[in-house]
Ligand binder design. Structure first.
Ligand code: ADP
Ligand code: MG
Length: 240
């Protein structure tokens, strides 16, 4: 379980996160939505230690990671992250993108790592792209390889930051299909997305952010059908 308590983040004069309080329960799926600039990416980046909060606590399985930086490397093994821009290693083929951390961080042998890479590529429907380099892959394939790479580390939490925002509709569908499959595997999934139908379908809770604050946390049915705040209503109207 991840507990975020009174989290603040400020970049120089800009207050980006203002008193964020939220709990992410094991095995559940959360969709974070909100306008651009509302602090969604910053919150995700704080959760896996890419960004250091200005104040507040993030307690993961009982350990406050804000005040125990030594534990960050260990934490990152438990938390996979997938970015809008894929972030694959350009000079490595799909297999090597996956085996790299398995050998370096998990200290697996090349053959063990390759076996896992092939399994994960198969799970995301990219077995036939194992020897392709990122520039030889479509956007959807790149994102699915990035997901396979994250899954190979056997994370208990997966963070997705607008994983389909750079993709055309067809590729979006294939990536969402892979992500939908993940929601049944017992991992905690936190996804920042503008895909409202997807958010509604897969998430246990919708977290609506605006201007550095969490304005609403509700099950999708309530969020979409009995929207509580004026801010969320306005946001949803603009999305239609
Ligand atoms: P979102 O993902 O919801 O679009 P972000 O978390 O990326 O929002 O950004 C929230 C605000 O924080 C924006 O105003 C953005 O310009 C600012 N911000 C994000 N990262 C930095 C940074 N490294 N330095 C300064 N300002 C930043
Ligand atoms: Mg963002």
């Amino acid at each position: 379980m991840i507990k975020v308590e009174h989290l603040f983040k400020q970049f120089e004069d800009t207050k980006v996160l203002k008193d964020i309080n939220v709990e992410f329960e094991d095995g559940k799926t959360y969709a974070i939505i909100g306008s651009s600039g509302s602090g969604k990416s910053t919150l995700l980046r704080c959760l896996n230690g890419l960004e250091k909060p200005t104040s507040g606590n993030i307690v993961i399985d009982g350990v406050d990671i804000v005040h125990n930086e030594k534990l960050l490397p260990q934490l990152r093994q438990k938390i996979g992250m997938v970015f809008q821009s894929f972030n694959l290693f350009a000079h490595m083929n799909a297999t090597d993108n996956i085996t790299f951390a398995l050998m370096k961080v998990k200290k697996l042998s090349l053959s063990e790592a390759k076996k896992i890479a092939m399994e994960k590529l198969s799970e995301v429907g990219c077995s036939h792209r194992a020897n392709h380099y990122p520039h030889q892959l479509s956007g959807g394939e790149k994102q699915r390889v990035a997901i396979a790479r994250a899954l190979a580390m056997e994370p208990t939490v997966m963070l997705f930051d607008e994983p389909t925002s750079a993709l055309d509709p067809e590729m979006t569908v294939e990536v969402l299909k892979v992500m939908r499959g993940l929601t049944h595997l017992g991992m905690t999934i936190i996804v920042v997305t503008h895909e409202m139908n997807f958010a509604r379908e897969v998430s246990d809770l919708i977290i609506y952010m605006d201007n550095g604050e969490i304005v609403e946390i509700n099950p999708p049915k309530i969020f979409f059908e009995q929207t509580q705040s004026e801010r969320a209503k306005k946001f949803l109207n603009n999305m239609l």
